[in-house]
Each structure stands twice: as structure tokens, then as C-alpha cells.
Design a protein around this ligand. Sequence first.
Ligand SMILES: Cc1cc2nc3c(=O)[nH]c(=O)nc-3n(C[C@H](O)[C@H](O)[C@H](O)COP(=O)(O)OP(=O)(O)OC[C@H]3O[C@@H](n4cnc5c(N)ncnc54)[C@H](O)[C@@H]3O)c2cc1C
Length: 389
Amino acid sequence: MKDTRIAVIGAGMAGLTAALSLQKNGFKPIVYESAPELGEVGAGLTISPNSTHGLEYVGLADELAKKANVTQTQAIMHYKTGEILATSERGDIPRQKYGANYYQIHRADLHEMLCNAAEKNDPGCLVLGHAFESYTERDDETEITFANGDTVTCDVVIGADGVRSVVRGAMFGPEDPKFTGNVAYRGLIDKGNLPHDLFTPSSGVAIAPRKAFTRYLVRDGSVINFVAFVRRDGWNEEGWSIPVTQEELMEEFGDWHPRISNLIKAAPKDKVFKWALYDRDPLDQWTKGRVTLTGDAAHPMLPFMGMGAAMGIEDGAVLGRAFGASSDIDEALTRYEAARKERANYVLLMSRKARERLQSDNPEQYDDSKHKNEESLGLFDYNPGTIPV
Ligand SMILES: Cc1cc2nc3c(=O)[nH]c(=O)nc-3n(C[C@H](O)[C@H](O)[C@H](O)COP(=O)(O)OP(=O)(O)OC[C@H]3O[C@@H](n4cnc5c(N)ncnc54)[C@H](O)[C@@H]3O)c2cc1C
């Protein structure tokens, strides 16, 4: 079993965590990534205690403690008055309650950490510039064809190629993800000499009718990450990094409380980007033959509970454990899907509902006790490194 040839398609959070967990369980997966090089793309990601457990399981506890920010207090604010409507204390509490910290981190820092760890375990395991195109399953092996013309044979394929998964299309037929009517803007601002008020409490979300603005600290607290969500009726632009002008941002947030509008004014002019938010309905089946899905490829979700990366990390940790516990591929894939599908599909559906909490028609009437959030739903109380597989 340990010599099973495993091809992971996509070096995102899910694919890389899966690779690390497989390595920890004695396998030598190869990760094929379409990007020709690994650059610094994206902004902040939330690593809630359930995903911290996953990253700690694959050996990243020390790196995470060095590079991620422990969130201290999270606040919900009124977009116009700046009034604090609710707070959640974090700091040491998540480790005491759930056994793991609540972190916030720059996506690029986490990505680099995962890539370095996988390459350190098995130099050459990351193959760049290989965009998966199709596969052919034969009795005893599977052949993958890449857009650059290369082909490889393997025993099992893990589709970790994100929200627009080509592997998923090859398995179940092409189907575009759905535009959810939300666009996200993101930016990173050097804290420098900015007034304290603009980043206190250290993590906050301002709620408004049809909009929400989240900001938190990354990179040792020296950089403020912001992500703002705006409802839109239509969308026709592709990609994670569509440039945004200062005028567009001011049109959306210019009349908000100075705690937000002044922060936006401080954003570097050429470094704010937007992307459209897509999801898909839950899949009944993640596995077909010896091909399975993980992360956004299996369950792309809205970011309103900050659980997208967390679910991919959980999947990855469990996938490696399922292979480690099995005597053949079918058993491993069955164990993996049985352990993960219900939870990830549930979080996908709850993430749709969570929009109501953060985009409120009457923010002045906000009552935290009337909303379910990721913690009150019990999502933090899960350890992918120890759950039964
Ligand atoms: C460039 C980028 C920037 C992002 N920025 C943010 C952000 O700022 N904030 C946020 O909340 N989320 C961001 N995300 C999404 C977030 O990382 C994911 O929603 C979450 O981490 C789940 O991870 P995943 O590994 O399933 O998917 P992803 O992180 O999307 O990773 C999928 C990987 O598969 C690769 N890939 C795609 N198609 C193919 C193919 N045909 N063959 C081979 N490889 C392929 C992609 O290049 C990517 O590396 C970003 C994703 C990407 C790819």
C-alpha cells in the first residue's frame, strides 16, 4: 500500500495538507500545480482551532506559532456609527477550550510554509506548470494528461484544484460554479503610524445593508488585512486578483465611519484586488473509481464563516490518515469520504446562511444571541488529527 502512486492535482491549502498528511503516513504523493511558479497571491485567511489541529497534525505547530497571529478580540461593529455591537474574546481561550489556537495569517505565508514542509519531506514532490486536463482510468492504473502535453500514470488521483476544479468536471461532467451575488475586495495595509482606532480591536467586522467589511492583523501584527463583501447582481470578470481603483472603493465605503473609510484611504493604490464569490450545491459523492475530491474542488463555500481553508485543511489531514489506516485504495477512499462529506457539506450550507449575520438591513438592531456562528455551531470542537477514520 505504501508504494501506491498518488497524484494530487493542485498545490493549494487542501492539496498541500493532503500531501503532508500522506507523507506523514508513509506515502510519496506527487503534487501537480498549474501555476508555473509559486508567487505571493491572496491576503488573509482565518485558521480556526479545528484547522490549527490539522496543521499541527502535519507538523506545522512551530511554524504556525511563528508566522500566524493569535487573534485577541473579534468585534462586530456598526458601519456608520462605529459602535461595537458584539465581541468574542479569543487569545488563550481557544487553546484552553478546544486544544488549539485561533489564528489569522497571510495566505502566502501559510502557502509557503506548506510548500516548504512538503519539499523538505520529499524533494521534488511539487511539480509546477502542470495543468490537469483529463484522465483515463484503466483496470490497474490511471493516466493523467496535462495541458502542456505531458502524461503520467498513477494509482489514485486526488482532485484539489479549487473552486473551478477540472478534475471534478472530468469525473462528473462539466458544471460551472454558481455566482453567489457577492464580490470580495481585499487589501493589505502597513500598520506603520496609523491611528490605533483603525485596528482596535485587532479583528473586526463592520456590518451594513448588503455589505460587510472585515479587517484583522497578519505578519506579526505589522500588516492590516481587509476583506470587504458587497452584493452584486451580475459578474463577468475572472480571477482572484482583479485590480480595484481607489474611486471604486470610496464609492462603496467612503461614507462609512472613519474607522473604516480612513483605513481604506490608507490602502496602497495599486494593491487592492477583487474577486467574485462562487459556491456549488453539496455533492452526494466525492469519489468515483480511484479518483476523489478535496477542499474547494469538493465543497467550495462562501467565506462568511471563515471556514473555506479550514475545511480543505481538515480534508487533507483526514485523507492521509485514511490511507494510513487502510489496506487498499478503495478502503482508503471510502474511509476518507465517510469521515468528511457530511461535515464539509453542512459547513457549506451554513456558510450560505451566515451571510444574513454579516450583511444586515438593520445593523442597529443586531443581536448576537439570535445568530448561529462558526463557534456556536460547534465547528471548533473537531480535531482532524484524531477523529475516527
Ligand atoms: C491565487 C489564489 C488566491 C486566493 N486568495 C484568497 C484570499 O485572499 N482570501 C481567501 O479567503 N481565499 C483566497 N483563496 C481561496 C482559498 O485559498 C481557498 O478557498 C481555500 O484555501 C481552499 O483551498 P483549496 O486548496 O481547496 O483551493 P485553492 O486554494 O484555490 O487551491 C487550488 C490550487 O489548484 C490549482 N489548480 C487549479 N486548476 C488546476 C489544474 N487544472 N491543474 C493543476 N492545478 C490546478 C490552483 O492554481 C491552486 O493552487 C485564493 C485561492 C487562490 C488559488
